[in-house]
Structures are given as C-alpha cells and as structure tokens.
Design a binder for this molecule. Structure first.
Ligand code: ATR
Length: 281
C-alpha cells in the first residue's frame, strides 16, 4: 500500500535485524486495515542504541519493537516501564509521546499466554504445575506470564542452575529452580500440566532437545517457542504420544498486537491468514 506524507511510522530495532519477521507481519496488517503507515527494519549496533532510540521520536516515529540483543539494555533508556516488564528485566515494545518520552513494556508475556489460549480452548494455567526449560530472556517473559496467570507451581530447568535461581528471585512466585539432569527432568515432568521449551535447542541449525518425555502426563499441554521448524522435534514427539501441542509461531504473532495498536490505532486480529502470510512471506 502506498504511503503519504502523513504516514505513521514504526519499526524494529535489532542487531542484526534481517532475520526479523516483524516487518512482514506488520506490513500484512497495515495493508489489511488500510493504515497509512510503515514499519521498517532498523539495524542498530549496541554501541548506538541510546543515540538511536533518542533520535527516533525526533524523526517522527510513533514507537518501535526492540529485539535481540537490545531488550535488556532498552529498559534502562525508557522513561516509564510497566511493572511486569520491570520484573522480566526487558522490554520489547516502545511508544514515544509528543515530547519524546519513551514508554516501554513487554508483550512477549501476554503474547505467550494469548497463543496458548488460542491453541487450547479453555487453557487455564491454574490447573497444574508448569515445567519451563531454559532461563534466558524468553524464559523470563514466559515465567512472569505463568506466575501472573497463577500457575500453582513452576519447575524451572536450566543447564546453568545459577541462572534459573536468579530468574526465580527476580520474578517471584512459586518458581522452583532445578538443574537439568536426567533425574531432575523426570521428577519435574511427573504430574505436570504444561511443558514449555524456551531454549534454542531444536531450532534449525542448533543442537537437538534431548528430553525423555515418558514421565509427562499425556494430558499435559506442550509448547515450544522455537518456530523454525514450525513442528520441532519436541512437538512431534509430544504429539505422537497424545499431548495437545501449540507451536511457537503464534507467540510471535500475538506479541505484535500491542505495538501495532499503540502506534497505528487499530487492534489487529491474529488469524490463519496472517499466519499464512508470515509463513510464506
Ligand atoms: P533467549 O533470549 O532466546 O531466551 P538466551 O538468553 O541466550 O536466549 O537463553 C538461551 C537459553 O537456552 C538458556 O537457558 C541456555 O542455557 P544456559 O543458561 O545454561 O546457557 C539454553 N541453552 C542454549 N544452548 C543450550 C544447550 N546446548 N544445552 C542446554 N541449554 C542450552
């Protein structure tokens, strides 16, 4: 869709940023809702993050998404940050006001929950213990989302236990940090209602996720935030033993809703057509 001199502008700040699918998905929504606007990739080296973020409102930008490796550094550059993002320690969405003040929040957490809700009708985190694999940036958002959704117990498995312990302390709630050993994994999976992979294991070009699922109840929901491939080996194995599964692409789509609404003034829908556009784009 052509843009005019009145176009509203937003984008995604990352380094590198060429892997990001956000321009594709926002372009789809801009066309679908007939918005006079543009969403562009903004490659910004970490050394230049502060300068670039302060300059964007001066250039008329409404706001931006912030992606790897800037999500933690960006929080310190915000003038206001909401409480959940502060606990997570990272922002992925920024909106600028007329005076250039930066408001930051984190849509990965609500995006994660919205994806589960869309994939599993009546999903309720209160039903039973959750197991989360990994304690990196993505895990922090997933754990905050689950604690806020009142999961009764969150078993957090990570190769580096100290990182899991730090996450548990920062996020609060019923998080139990566990070392990722075979025995601990079986203990964690027993009686679980939800299993989430937040590590990069199983992603194209990364090592496989080696986890024996035999202790996991077949009713447990399994989800992977990796979406390349769309059906990871974890999801394939879980599905074949009868577990309901949700792939990770939906989290990417749902996390984008809040920013689009703030910058362009329309709350966009996440549906099959958007999914197809992002998959084939
Ligand atoms: P993101 O922001 O995507 O979460 P990250 O912060 O780099 O990325 O976190 C990556 C996660 O994957 C971490 O939990 C990491 O474990 P460590 O904390 O022990 O580093 C996990 N991870 C990555 N490669 C792994 C591997 N080969 N085996 C086990 N865990 C791995």
């Amino acid at each position: 869709m052509p843009i005019t001199g009145h176009a509203k502008t937003a984008g995604v700040v990352g380094w590198p940023v060429d892997h990001s699918r956000s321009p594709l998905l926002h372009a789809y929504w801009l066309a679908r809702y007939g918005v006079d606007g543009a969403y562009v990739p903004l490659p910004v080296h970490p050394d230049n993050l502060a300068t670039a973020l302060r300059a964007l409102p001066l250039l008329g930008f409404r706001g931006v998404n912030v992606t790897v490796p800037h999500k933690e550094a960006a929080i310190a550059l915000c003038d206001t940050v909401d409480a959940q993002a502060r606990r997570i320690g990272a922002v992925n969405t920024l909106a600028f006001d007329e005076t250039g003040r930066i408001r930051g929040w984190n849509t990965d957490a609500p995006g994660f929950m919205a994806n589960l809700g869309a994939g599993i009708s009546g999903f309720d985190a209160r039903r039973g213990p959750a197991v989360v694999l990994g304690a990196g940036g993505a895990a922090r958002a997933v754990c905050a989302a689950l604690v806020d959704a009142e999961t009764p117990e969150l078993r957090l498995l990570n190769r580096t236990i100290a990182k899991a312990e730090r996450l548990a302390g920062d996020i609060g709630g019923p998080i139990r940090a566990m070392a990722w050993a075979e025995t601990a994994a079986a203990e964690a999976l027993a009686g679980a209602a939800l299993l989430v992979n937040t590590t990069s294991l199983g992603m194209q070009g990364q090592p496989a996720l080696d986890l024996d699922l035999s202790a996991l109840p077949v009713e447990a929901v399994v989800t992977d935030i990796v979406y390349s491939p769309l059906e990871t080996e974890l999801l394939r194995r879980a599905r074949s033993r009868g577990n309901p599964c949700v792939d990770g692409l939906g989290m990417l789509l749902h996390q984008a809703v809040g920013g689009f609404e703030a910058w362009f003034g329309v709350r966009p829908a996440v549906d099959g057509a958007l999914r197809q556009a992002v998959l084939t784009g």
